[in-house]
Design a protein around this ligand. Structure first.
Ligand SMILES: [Zn+2]
Length: 333
């Protein structure tokens, strides 16, 4: 229990750190600036297959202009009688830009908005779709996590109104879209979206490419196993990661390699009986990852590795159970 508490405190610190890093956006208005464009938002529209698009974010983290810069990628899937979008960014202005972009690509109506997981950089734009009557879909405990842990970073959390547990399939007229659960990045809310006829897989934050991952809310070992599973199950797919450029199977392996590198470091600290502070102080990032974006997350990654691997607190279920029995003030973290 003592270890768990230390782990939770560290996790809490990491979550708070992330919220602080990106908290800049909280002081900015949610209304869309009239001049918000894809270019201002740092987004490039890429067509991966007929009617399947990624809006790919270029920013480092944290962004210089949080109110108008997209942090994550969004995706658009167009069928013969409707459109599905994934991850409407972190505020209503950027979500509105996404919906305006859809209107330039098709006359079909938007029917579904999918949240790939609960983190606010992917869900803070939900109110825009809600106001327009779009159904928002998410998985597992996403409603609870958005209404508790997101409150500091999302002043108006608007959780999905449709919860998909187990594999799901939606039809956009003649086009099927599959929703599939995987584990590793956020406790029980990770959901990938697969478009079989185009062999495109929309990953959410189970995949970061050319960026250090946010890992404090995940499970380093489970995540590695998931990436191995994904690389086999979707070996030929074109991938839209949660953060980073359009990717392929090799990028599953690269992220898995980075998580394995964290695990190796943490086992070495364990063998040396190092304190967390000493472990972090003596570790510099390997050359292989030194040119990735999101370098500010490295110390948080090390802390996560120390807690989960060095101390052995790697049971994601235990932290969910722990939070569930804490008073609201702590659950709100
Ligand atoms: Zn993200």
């Amino acid at each position: 229990m003592k270890h768990l508490r230390r782990w939770v405190m560290s996790l809490t610190a990491a979550v708070v750190t992330l919220a602080t890093i990106v908290g800049l956006q909280l002081s900015t208005p949610a209304q869309a600036p009239t001049d918000l464009t894809l270019e201002v938002a740092g987004l490039t529209v890429e067509e991966l297959a007929d009617g399947v698009y990624g809006l790919i974010a270029s920013t480092d983290f944290p962004p210089a202009e949080p109110a108008t810069t997209a942090i994550c990628n969004a995706s658009i899937v167009i069928g013969s009688d409707g459109v599905l979008v994934v991850d409407p960014f972190h505020n209503e202005a950027l979500a509105t830009l996404l919906y305006e972009t859809v209107a330039t690509l098709t006359e079909q109506p938007i029917r579904y908005v999918v949240n790939s997981h609960y983190h606010f950089d992917h869900t803070g734009g939900n109110p825009a779709g809600d106001a327009l009557g779009y159904a928002t879909l998410g998985r597992g405990p996403i409603r609870d996590l958005m209404l508790t842990r997101n409150v500091d970073s999302d002043p108006n959390p608007t959780p999905p109104d449709v919860i998909v547990n187990g594999p799901g399939e939606l039809w956009l007229g003649d086009r099927a879209v599959q929703l599939v659960e995987f584990e590793g990045h956020t406790g029980g809310t990770d959901l990938v979206v697969y478009v079989p006829d185009a062999d495109v897989l929309i990953m959410g934050d189970l995949l970061f490419t050319q960026r250090l991952p946010y890992a404090a809310d995940g499970n380093l070992r489970v995540w590695q196993a998931t990436l191995e599973q994904l690389a086999t199950a979707y070996a030929t797919a074109t991938l839209i990661p949660g953060h980073g450029p359009i990717s392929d199977r090799a990028d599953f392996d690269r992220l898995r390699g980075y998580l394995a590198y964290l695990e190796t470091l943490a086992l070495d600290w364990q063998a040396q009986d190092l304190s967390e502070a000493d472990a972090i102080a003596q570790t510099t990032i390997a050359d292989e990852y030194a040119d990735y974006l999101f370098q500010g997350l490295f110390s948080s990654n090390l802390s996560t590795a120390y807690q989960q691997i060095t101390l052995g607190q790697d049971d994601a279920a235990s932290i969910q159970a722990y939070f569930a029995h804490q008073p609201p003030a702590l659950q709100a973290l």
